[in-house]
Design a protein around this ligand. Structure first.
Ligand SMILES: [Zn+2]
Ligand SMILES: [Zn+2]
Length: 359
């Protein structure tokens, strides 16, 4: 091992590291170990500035400018050791992070080694650190590496998932039969503290379902980052935001795959036609599909008939799951339903009497 060579390199690293590698902090820089922490900082925006000052956030990302309200979202510790025949052999690199997954770190370690192998015989520390820093910058989706792996496993051949590292987003298209749901999912810089969001949604499901997909997705994402209103029991750990990408995508995949196959719980026919073009979009049409509180589907006309037909005692229940049927269109009490039924029966009787009289 060439001690003099390593000493020269260590000196160079001490002098340049913090200037050349943005967001880096040299913790130790000796023959036995070079330890560097690399962080990507985001400047907390004072709320009075509002969102119009978004550029401040970009300006200071990854910079070392001192700010009072700074939060670290991506943090990686690089431990480097010199092998006995350095620099003829590549550096020994170990990566640690609380925010990045082990699998990603394993992969990144391998790529770093490949990088070091390209410059055998020369100083490798700064080039490897630069490589890591660039990797974090150029792959913002690395913060959801495990989630993306799980999502990919659950997609079928007809689905599409494309990672767009440049814009920190994913293009997702889920298909089932003739139906599809397409969206661009944005992963914010301060993920998972802030949740993902769905943009550019395009689907051929009827509007009711589009509203359902978007409403539920928003709610699932919100629950990942906002603590529940009801305080938890005392012995439970405090609420911490959790990743929202995979929960939202899992919901979307399950719903898009399932809905076109679902039957009306009353007439037992498919709710959505095989051809999406034939799907009823008029929300007052008989064949319009309604979704009730328990999430089961009904044709509007089937549901109206069912809701208006006795028995009313104990409330109307979903024939599939036995849960009470709640729907915005039927905020009707048992008593009112009984009265309406009686009224309708009376009218029909009157009508029959009249027709019989005229015969
Ligand atoms: Zn039906
Ligand atoms: Zn049900």
């Amino acid at each position: 091992m060439s001690m003099g060579l390593i000493d020269d390199e260590l000196q160079e690293v001490r002098k340049l590291c913090q200037h050349v590698i943005t967001g880096s902090k040299l913790v130790s820089c000796v023959q036995t170990m070079v330890r560097v922490e690399i962080s990507i900082m985001l400047l907390g925006i004072p709320s009075y500035l509002g969102t119009s000052h978004f550029h401040i956030l970009e300006l200071h990302t990854g910079s070392t400018i001192k700010a009072n309200r700074r939060t670290t979202f991506k943090h990686i510790i690089v431990c480097i050791q010199f092998p006995s025949d350095y620099p003829s052999s590549p550096l020994l690199i170990e990566l640690k992070s609380k925010t990045l997954s082990d699998k990603l770190l394993d992969g990144l370690t391998n790529v770093c080694e490949q990088e070091a192998k390209k410059i055998l015989g020369k100083p490798q520390v700064l080039p490897v650190l630069k490589f890591i820093r660039n990797f974090i910058d150029e792959n913002p989706l690395s913060c959801c590496y495990n989630e993306i792996a799980t999502i990919k496993k659950n997609l079928s051949e007809t689905d599409e998932l494309k990672l767009k590292q440049k814009t920190s987003s994913l293009n997702l298209k889920i298909s089932q039969g003739g139906y599809y749901f397409k969206t661009r999912i944005l992963v914010p810089d301060n993920y998972p503290e802030h949740s993902i969001s769905l943009e550019d949604v395009d689907t051929n499901f009827p509007p009711l379902f589009q509203r359902y997909f978007l409403g539920q997705s928003k709610e699932i994402a919100r629950q990942c980052i906002e603590s529940p209103i009801r305080p938890k029991a005392k012995n439970q750990p405090p609420f911490r935001p959790s990743p929202s990408l995979q929960p939202v995508v899992s919901f979307l995949v399950a719903s898009v795959k399932q809905l076109p196959e679902e039957n009306c719980q009353l007439c037992k026919k498919l709710c959505l036609p095989k051809d999406p073009k034939l799907a009823e979009t008029n929300e007052n049409a008989d064949s319009h599909v309604e979704r009730v509180y328990c999430s089961h589907l009904f044709h509007l006309q089937c549901l109206i008939t069912y809701m208006k037909t006795p028995p009313f005692q104990g409330g109307k229940k979903c024939p599939k799951c036995g849960q009470q049927i709640f729907h915005d269109k039927w905020r009707v009490s048992e008593k009112v339903a009984e009265d309406r039924w009686a009224h309708q029966q009376a009218r029909e009787r009157e009508l029959r009497e009249v027709t019989e009289f005229l015969e």
